[in-house]
Design a protein around this ligand. Structure first.
Ligand SMILES: Cc1cc2nc3c(=O)[nH]c(=O)nc-3n(C[C@H](O)[C@H](O)[C@H](O)COP(=O)(O)OP(=O)(O)OC[C@H]3O[C@@H](n4cnc5c(N)ncnc54)[C@H](O)[C@@H]3O)c2cc1C
Ligand SMILES: NC(=O)c1ccc[n+]([C@@H]2O[C@H](COP(=O)([O-])OP(=O)(O)OC[C@H]3O[C@@H](n4cnc5c(N)ncnc54)[C@H](OP(=O)(O)O)[C@@H]3O)[C@@H](O)[C@H]2O)c1
Length: 275
C-alpha cells in the first residue's frame, strides 16, 4: 500500500477528468519565442505526415482551450512532437510555454490537413517552403521515408528573421544524416536552404525573392521549377502564402487538395497577421 494524502487523490481524479489527455515527455526552448515538446501518442492515433491536430490545456473556465498544431514528428514515431510559438498574451501559448515533462495536455485525435504527399501529383522534386513555425509539418515529412521513396530530390527552404529562429530546423536536418532509419535515403536527396532576412548569415533573403531571381536554383545546381517535374508544399503566414503562391503560379504550378491532387498545396502556419 502507498501513502496517499487526500490532496494526491484530488490531483489524480482531476488528471483522470482531462479529456484526451497525453503526457509531456520532454520540452526544449529554442528562443524566447519558440519551443518544442514531445508527448505520448494515443495508441489509436493514425495520421499522415504533414497533418495537424487540435491540442491545448484546460481553460480557467473549465473548458478545453484548443488550437491547431502541425504534428512535427513523422507518422512512424512512438511519440508526438510539436514546435510552438510563444505569444506573450496568447490565450493558449502564454500557458503552454510553461509546461514541463510529466504535465498533461489535451490532444484531440482527429488529424487533418492538406500538406500530405497524397495531395500532390507524382513528380521528381519536392519543394518544402516555410517561414517561422511553418516548418513544423515539414519536420514530419522530412523524417518520413515515404517522402524519399516518392521524390528524387527534396528541397527544404526555411526563412526566419534571425539565425536563432532557424536552429530547430537546422538541428533536425543535421540529425537526419546520422539517423539509422533514414540516413541513407536522405544522403544526396535532401537539400537544406535556410535563409535569414534581418540578420547576416551564410544565405539571406526571402523565399519569394530567392525563387523569383533564380538564386536558389543556381546555388543548389537545380533546374528552374517546372510543372512537369516539380511539386511544392507551402506553410507560413498569410502574406507569405499569398506571395509564394503567385511565384509558384508564375512557374506554371497549380494548387491542389486532398480531393484533387495537383502541383502544389498550401496551409496557414497560423491565423492573423503575426504577434
Ligand atoms: C492549420 C494550423 C496549424 C498550426 N500549427 C502550428 C504549429 O505547428 N505551431 C505553432 O506554434 N502554431 C501553429 N498554429 C497556430 C496555433 O493554432 C495558435 O495560433 C498558436 O499556438 C497561438 O495560440 P494562442 O492561443 O497563444 O494565441 P492566438 O490567439 O491563437 O494567436 C494570437 C496571435 O498570435 C499570432 N500567432 C499565432 N500563432 C503564431 C505562429 N505560429 N507564428 C507567428 N505568429 C503566430 C497571430 O497573429 C495570432 O493572431 C497553427 C494554426 C493553424 C491554423
Ligand atoms: N522574429 C522576431 O525576432 C520577432 C520578435 C518579436 C516579435 N515578432 C513579431 O512576431 C510576428 C511573427 O514574426 P515571425 O518572424 O515569426 O514571422 P514573419 O514576420 O512572418 O517573418 C518570418 C520570415 O518570413 C519572411 N516573410 C514575411 N512575409 C513574407 C512575404 N510576404 N513573402 C516572403 N517572405 C516573407 C520574413 O522576412 P522579412 O524579415 O523580410 O519580413 C521573415 O524572414 C511578427 O508580427 C513580428 O512583429 C517577431
Amino acid at each position: 500500500m502507498t501513502d496517499q494524502t487526500p490532496m494526491d487523490q484530488t490531483a489524480k481524479s482531476s488528471v483522470r477528468a482531462l479529456p484526451d489527455a497525453q503526457t509531456v515527455t520532454s520540452v526544449r526552448h529554442w528562443t524566447d519565442r519558440l519551443f518544442s515538446f514531445r508527448v505520448t501518442r494515443p495508441r489509436s492515433l493514425r495520421f499522415r505526415s504533414g497533418e495537424f491536430v487540435m491540442i491545448g490545456l484546460m481553460g480557467d473556465n473549465g473548458k478545453p482551450l484548443l488550437r491547431a498544431y502541425s504534428i512535427a514528428s513523422p507518422s512512424w514515431d512512438d511519440e508526438l512532437e510539436f514546435y510552438s510559438i510563444k505569444v506573450p498574451d496568447g490565450p493558449l501559448t502564454s500557458k503552454l510555454q510553461h509546461i514541463q515533462p510529466g504535465a498533461q495536455i489535451i490532444l484531440r485525435p482527429k488529424p487533418v490537413g492538406t500538406l500530405v504527399l497524397d495531395a500532390l501529383l507524382p513528380g521528381k522534386r519536392l519543394w518544402l517552403l516555410a517561414t517561422g513555425t511553418g516548418i513544423a509539418p515539414f519536420a514530419s515529412l522530412m523524417r518520413d521515408p515515404e517522402t524519399y521513396e516518392k521524390y528524387q530530390q527534396v528541397i527544404m527552404m526555411h526563412t526566419c528573421r534571425t539565425m536563432a529562429e532557424l536552429e530547430y530546423g537546422r538541428e533536425l536536418v543535421e540529425g537526419l544524416r546520422d539517423d539509422p532509419l533514414i540516413g541513407e535515403m536522405v544522403a544526396g536527396k535532401l537539400h537544406y536552404y535556410p535563409t535569414t532576412t534581418r540578420e547576416d548569415s551564410a544565405r539571406t533573403g526571402r523565399i519569394t525573392d530567392n525563387l523569383s531571381s533564380g538564386r536558389v536554383f543556381e546555388d543548389l545546381g537545380l533546374p528552374k521549377i517546372t510543372p512537369a517535374d516539380d511539386r511544392a508544399m507551402v506553410c507560413g503566414s498569410l502574406a507569405f502564402n499569398h506571395d509564394v503562391k503567385a511565384v509558384l503560379e508564375s512557374f506554371g504550378l497549380n494548387e491542389g487538395a486532398n480531393s484533387e491532387p495537383r502541383e502544389y498545396v498550401v496551409e496557414k502556419a497560423f491565423v492573423g497577421d503575426g504577434i
